[in-house]
Design a protein around this ligand. Sequence first.
Ligand code: NAD
Length: 262
Amino acid sequence: MAGKRGLIMGVANDHSIAWGIARTLHRHGAELAFTYQGEALGKRVTPLAASVGSDIVLPCDVEDIASVDSTFAALDARFPDGIDFIVHAIGFSDKSQLKGRYVDVTTRANFSRTMTISCFSFTEIAQRAAARMPRGGALLTLTYAGSTRVMPNYNVMGVAKAALEASVRYLATDLGPDGVRVNALSAGPMRTLAGAGIADARLMYNHQKAHAPLRRTVTLDDIGNSALYLLSDLSGGVTGEVHFVDSGYNIISMPRPAVLQA
Ligand code: NAD
């Protein structure tokens, strides 16, 4: 990644998936800029960014399009020759609706807000990124298998992730002729702030550990290394993909009988 410059969106702390990706990219020579949501998180992101040699730490709330535009204007000042990649690791839903039956708990207001922040923000970022990638580039978003299969309590986030994955395919098709690749990394359950917002997250985590082919959950380094592949020239022929990094959990249909009896 030496000589490549990119923007990391979605670091909240050192457990964040975006942070796992950032530190791997840094180890491989990338030059990084970061965004944060709100001053409290800014205080956490600034020292993390400094630890990977970056003093480009910009506020960005994707719910506010003016904020997104000022982030990109500030980025232009620091990277006038453009950028090579963006990591979008942003998701939000009212946690009171990540609990119980989807049919009962989902409101129109939170459905729209979840979609705007967790899905449409990626399209708005792609619109701005593509114009800043004169040499081509790579966009990566984070998704979860609750997009295509029902996970307890994942509810409206699953619907948003389904739309996000569809967006990846449309964006990949539109931006492909300009050499901009667009992919999603589907991570297994991880202990992060966002992950903790889903009711019974611990049960999902333990279920994955018991039933995934690799018999473990995934680490920040697992995610970082796969993201490195998707953001670098190693995946130069790959676009529009949803790439699972979940210890193989997505291929399992039914738990092993021995585990069911235990
Ligand atoms: P996290 O809480 O560390 O990161 C979520 C980030 O989203 C935070 O940095 C937060 O500030 C940001 N965000 C939320 N609303 C925003 C807004 N309006 N504007 C700007 N930023 C906003 O948790 P994480 O698990 O690292 O989540 C990163 C991504 O990974 C999310 O898209 C999440 O859905 C996805 N993901 C998480 C898991 C998991 O188990 N943790 C699994 C698969 C996918």
